[in-house]
Design a binder for this molecule. Structure first.
Ligand code: SF4
Length: 387
């Protein structure tokens, strides 16, 4: 039972750790309790008073919870919760997709990637799906382990894994590279790091943010400590939150409480999964294999030290050492009319794009934000189509 004792206490919403031993289904039910949600919404209203607040989350799963649970409708008008660059498919630069298509067109190559990447448009070049229909050699995989298996099954092919994702998906990539992968295996790396993106957005200052709701899964790796430098330097409140509706609402309560108290710290609502240290071993593996490099984010531009490159000792697993590919100059910008860049930066909501739901739908996506299940446009469209 989700008893009174184990319910998150709205007066002191830091006790989610006390539910660690609960049955997961009961726990989930508790974190979806409508009455508790109403109480949290009331607390938000009290804390926010009449002042305007703008908080950003950086996670496609948070957007899914917020939109599909109608959480924005629960918030008072003066508390805005905007979506930032939390979808790894959406921010993957078209130049990387162009390189992936070029590799997949090589006669001795097999490109492996995740299903979501297949439909991402790269300007005039189209998508990986379109390239495959023209004969490019591409296999959809569920994990990098499947890509390694493909390399073992096709020893005469150069198998290139198009590796995307944030801190959650980087450790498996690092582990495979440290684990003596087959010689015919290499990586096209499009991994990105969340904290540098936060700092970049704060530096740009175009949003006037009052705080960040941080992604629970990324934080399992980074821990509370992974964001502390940001709160310290930028004096910005941050709260790590889980993915149930009440997690999100409690996260907002905690953010508002910090503002009210004049604090700028990293707090952890998701204590049932995230620790202060995070996953130290996973981060060590990332450090052993990769170095941070300035990297392009679609819709944003180059963010300092926000991507990864293989260290010198692992350079032979970089796709660029296997193929000499000179990319022709191509038109790779967003399709005409698509406002994904502004959606990704949290400047507009998907509904403000004139193509939303008319020319652009998940069945016929115009821009990357409508492609992935984690893309903000796709999430919002999906919720609108629900009966
Ligand atoms: S609705 Fe489609 S075209 Fe508009 S911003 Fe979203 S993905 Fe781009």
């Amino acid at each position: 039972m989700f008893t009174t004792d184990s319910k998150p206490n709205l007066e002191e919403p830091f006790m989610a750790g006390s539910v660690v031993n609960m049955d997961p289904l009961e726990l989930q039910k508790g974190f979806r309790d409508p009455q508790l949600a109403q109480k949290a919404a009331q607390k938000i209203k009290e804390l926010a008073k009449k002042k305007d607040f703008k908080f950003m989350h950086i996670c496609g799963t948070h957007e899914y919870t917020i939109t599909h649970s109608g959480l924005r409708e629960l918030l008072p008008e003066n508390v805005e919760l905007i979506a930032g660059p939390g979808c790894p498919v959406c921010i993957c630069p078209p130049e990387d997709v162009a390189l992936a298509i070029a590799v997949a067109n090589e006669p001795n190559a097999l490109l492996t990637t995740f299903g979501d990447m297949m439909r991402v448009p790269a300007g005039d070049l189209g998508s990986l799906n379109e390239a495959r229909s023209r004969g490019a050699n591409i296999q959809v995989v569920y994990s990098i382990m499947d890509a390694i298996i493909a390399a073992k099954e096709h020893p005469s092919k150069e198998v290139v894994h198009f590796a995307i994702g944030f801190e959650t998906t980087i450790p498996p990539t690092a582990a495979e590279i440290m684990g003596d992968p087959p010689e015919n295996f290499s990586l096209l790396i499009s991994h990105r790091l969340i904290p540098p993106a936060e700092e970049f957005l704060l530096e740009q200052g175009e949003l006037g943010l009052h705080g960040f709701l941080l992604p629970g899964h990324v934080s399992v790796i980074l821990g509370v400590q992974g964001y502390e430098h940001i709160s310290k330097q930028w004096k910005v409140p941050q709260v790590i939150a889980g993915f149930e509706p009440l997690d999100v609402l409690l996260g907002i309560v905690m953010l508002l409480q910090q503002v009210k108290d004049g604090r700028a710290e990293v707090e952890n609502e998701y204590t049932r999964a995230v620790t202060y240290e995070g996953n130290i071993r996973a981060r060590e593996m990332i450090d052993q294999v990769f170095i941070p490099v300035d990297s392009q984010w679609r819709g944003i531009g180059i963010i300092p030290e926000s991507g990864l490159a293989l260290r010198e000792e692992f350079k032979s697993f970089d796709v660029r050492t296997r193929f000499e590919i000179e990319l022709e100059p191509q038109k790779l910008e967003m399709p005409p009319g698509c406002r994904c860049g502004e959606v990704i930066r949290g400047i507009i909501r998907p509904e403000e794009c004139p193509l939303f739901g008319s020319k652009c739908t998940p069945e016929n996506p115009v821009g990357p934000c409508m492609v992935s299940m984690e893309g903000t446009c796709s999430v919002v469209y999906g919720a609108q189509m629900m009966p």
